[in-house]
Design a protein around this ligand. Structure first.
Ligand code: ZN
Length: 79
């Protein structure tokens, strides 16, 4: 017969998991180690840059679109 281990009711001390590697760590910590902190910083920086680039591209596209749409109105009819 298989002895199924009963899940013991162990009170797990309050903790949370590192958002980078998932290891458990103290509640008041943001990351489990400096390495994970750096990984997070790098990720944030890349995300911010990507968002900026997206915004710039969007602005350029809108400007081009507006120029195409409104261009004829600003042009003086010359024959
Ligand atoms: Zn970590």
């Amino acid at each position: 017969m298989a002895a199924r281990p009963q899940p013991r009711k162990v009170r797990i001390p309050e903790h949370k998991h590192c958002p980078i590697c998932g290891r458990s760590m103290p509640v008041d910590a943001d990351f489990c180690s400096d390495a994970c902190r750096k990984v997070n910083e790098e990720r944030l920086r890349r995300e911010r840059r990507a968002r900026t680039i997206t915004l710039v591209i969007y602005a350029i596209l809108m400007a081009v679109l507006l120029l195409f749409l409104l261009g004829p109105f600003f042009r003086t009819p010359a024959g």
